[in-house]
Design a protein around this ligand. Structure first.
Ligand code: ZN
Ligand code: ZN
Length: 152
């Protein structure tokens, strides 16, 4: 019996989400520019140090215990340069996708927070939503490419 193909949003398509999560601040959800590594291994912006309990490990982190993670900051900067190339390539391809933000803590619900047309690849969609502060730590996206793309 043939196996059912896995749907969008299943584990095989979550990799771009996992990549972007590495660069997301645990507190404000945006892409980190000055990463502070917490004792639990997660990151937040220097200015966003957890005021109380860490949303990831639930411990109270002393602000003295975090350390600046210059490596992550450098990797994020390089990543951003590569993403710029992807942005140009997506436009050349005339890519168009429908993108929704999903609340994965409610798996069965139609829990779309936003929904819009988008002209870049999936990784960029996730990155840009994170940059805009729209993609929460627990959120994932739905991404459907439209082909041919609708006439402008
Ligand atoms: Zn932050
Ligand atoms: Zn923690």
């Amino acid at each position: 019996m043939a196996e059912e193909p896995q749907g969008l949003g299943s584990s095989n398509t979550s990799t771009p989400r996992e990549i972007v999560r590495l660069f997301q601040c645990l507190i404000c959800y945006r892409v980190i520019t000055e990463p502070l590594m917490l004792p639990c291994g997660y990151h937040c912006c220097q200015k966003c140090q957890p005021p109380g309990r860490c949303p990831s490990c639930n411990n109270v982190h002393d602000s003295q215990h975090g350390r600046i993670d210059q490596t992550l900051g450098m990797v994020a900067a390089c990543f951003e340069i590569e993403l710029e190339r992807l942005r140009v390539a997506s436009l050349d391809m005339n890519l168009c996708a429908e993108v929704g933000v999903l609340d994965i803590s409610r798996p069965n619900s139609e829990s779309r927070i936003i929904y819009k047309f988008y002209q870049h690849s999936k990784l960029l969609a996730i990155w840009d939503l994170a940059q805009d502060g729209i993609l929460g730590w627990q959120n994932d996206i739905s991404y459907f490419e439209l082909w041919p793309s609708p006439e402008k």
